[in-house]
Design a protein around this ligand. Structure first.
Ligand SMILES: [Mn+2]
Length: 238
């Protein structure tokens, strides 16, 4: 049974890059503060959680310590900076005994992570290789059609006609035909609405303040069995 719930959606935190993303740790703390202040039921981090697979053990410990600040499920989709392959950052020892509320997509063919208590299922393909062959939103499927259906996808949205040949493409019809209640996207630092027909689909943007913003932002998705699904943006601490 679908329950009313609130999902916090962010992406592209790029932890462990002191040069290009010097305030990534502060931004990540702000996201966890927002989990508390919004009383969210789930936190989605849609790829590029870490900047690269050589990040320090201290960086991983910092991440785990932040995850441990909450009991709500935190769901990670690996992106092109934190690929799910043999040398993946997610294969390091700290993740073999990580907090129980941390869920990581591992299957490059796509898989579901279901939460029966909330009547919700999250679907995503863990990126193994950032290539034109990989398309993050094809062959999507949900076992239980009575649940809320949320897809996570890390890649480049563009119209099929552009034919750019770029890696990890997401086409408008992938979203339009997904059957999802919400599509949570990552890969772009800037917030972007790419909703199709009646399916809400957003790039949350990174939680770090961009030059045209007063503060960093995250997306909040409110799902209500009677009122439907709505998207708003939440301003993080500056
Ligand atoms: Mn990316």
């Amino acid at each position: 049974m679908k329950k009313p719930l609130k999902i916090l959606h962010t992406s592209d935190t790029h932890l462990g890059d002191p040069y290009g993303h010097s305030s990534s740790e502060k931004s990540f703390k702000n996201v966890l503060d927002a989990v508390d202040s919004t009383q969210a039921n789930f936190l989605l981090i849609v790829g590029d959680v870490f900047d690269n697979e050589r990040v320090s053990d201290e960086c991983l410990q910092f991440f785990i310590s932040q995850v441990s600040r909450t009991n709500i499920p935190i769901i990670i989709l690996p992106g092109n900076h934190d690929l799910m392959h043999s040398k993946s950052v997610y294969k390091r020892s700290v993740f073999s005994d990580s907090p129980k509320n941390l869920y990581i997509f591992k299957n490059p063919e796509g898989e579901e992570i279901q939460f029966t208590a909330y009547g919700i299922s999250f679907w995503g393909k863990a990126m193994q290789e950032h290539s034109p062959e990989f398309q993050p939103m094809t062959n999507i499927s949900f076992k239980n059609t009575d649940y809320w259906k949320v897809a996570l996808a890390h890649g480049q949205f563009e119209d099929e006609k552009i034919n750019s040949g770029r890696s990890s493409l997401i086409f408008p019809n992938h979203i339009a035909e997904s059957g999802c209640d919400y599509v949570a996207l990552g890969h772009w630092d800037s917030f972007t609405n790419v909703s199709q027909k009646n399916i809400p689909a957003y790039y949350s943007g990174c939680p770090t303040k961009l030059s045209n913003q007063k503060t960093g932002m995250v997306s909040i998705i409110t799902m209500d069995p009677s009122d439907g699904v709505s998207h708003t943006r939440f301003a993080l601490k500056s």
